[in-house]
Design a protein around this ligand. Structure first.
Ligand SMILES: Nc1ncnc2c1ncn2[C@@H]1O[C@H](COP(=O)(O)OP(=O)(O)OP(=O)(O)O)[C@@H](O)[C@H]1O
Length: 209
């Protein structure tokens, strides 16, 4: 495997954490998982988005920075594989959707100061699922505060990620997960592992599993 730092991304409920866990186990890798449950503003945000968006986004940025920075300080770069289930820029993409213009511009200033200090992944795996499947997953895992997420919010998040992926020369594998289930269909996971043996140019690659 050529890649020492892989990040999994995708919409809410796309299955990032499951795949990150499976890959980390397979490669005996260091795992960095988003700690959204520690964000006290998340349930409040889903109830009253306008009131809580700014502290929510600030909290996410601070936590993610700390996590990624700690990882860089404690590991011998890159003697072991690292798998994470979020990109640092995720905070900025969500902030663009959730914050009014002036607040977003302040947030972006902070982001631009912090971001250059962090290492970017060598490979981004983007899980692309239709909104109906995301809603199904969200229902099944049954986190109470997520049960009223409108389709439009998921569509906005999707568009934001797509725009980012197309504009940045990150080496990205986009996987359509409509019929893919890494956990219950072992052949899907095997097929992904085989794809990870290949070397990819920077840019977007659409993977058929
Ligand atoms: N920057 C952010 N702004 C607003 N909400 C966020 C932000 N980052 C994460 N969240 C929310 O935190 C919760 C968990 O986020 P995330 O999508 O990363 O994990 P997940 O849905 O459990 O992922 P998966 O199912 O793909 O493993 C979701 O409700 C998501 O909307």
């Amino acid at each position: 495997m050529h890649y020492k730092f892989i990040t999994i991304e995708g919409n809410i409920g796309a299955g990032k954490t499951t795949l990150a866990n499976m890959l980390a186990k397979h490669f005996s890798a260091k795992l960095i998982l988003e700690e959204f449950a520690d964000n006290p503003f998340l349930p409040l945000f889903y109830e009253r988005p306008q009131q809580y968006a700014f502290p929510l986004e600030l909290f996410f940025m601070a936590e993610r920075y700390k996590q990624l920075k700690d990882m860089l300080q404690t590991k011998d770069l890159f003697s072991e594989v690292v798998i994470s289930d979020y990109l640092f820029i995720k905070s900025l993409l969500f902030a663009k959707i959730n914050l009014p213009e002036e607040e977003y511009s302040l947030y972006q200033k902070l982001f631009d100061i912090i971001n250059p200090q962090l290492v970017q992944p060598e490979l981004l795996i983007f899980l692309n699922a239709p909104v109906t499947k995301l809603q199904q997953n969200i229902k099944q895992r049954n986190r109470s505060y997520e049960q009223q997420i409108p389709d439009d919010y998921l569509l906005n998040v999707h568009d934001m990620y797509m725009q980012y992926i197309k504009q940045h020369p990150v080496r990205t594998l986009v996987i359509d997960t409509t019929k893919v289930d890494f956990l219950r269909q072992p052949e899907d996971f095997k097929s992904l592992l085989a794809s990870l043996e290949k070397e990819y140019e920077p840019g977007v690659h659409y993977l058929k599993l």
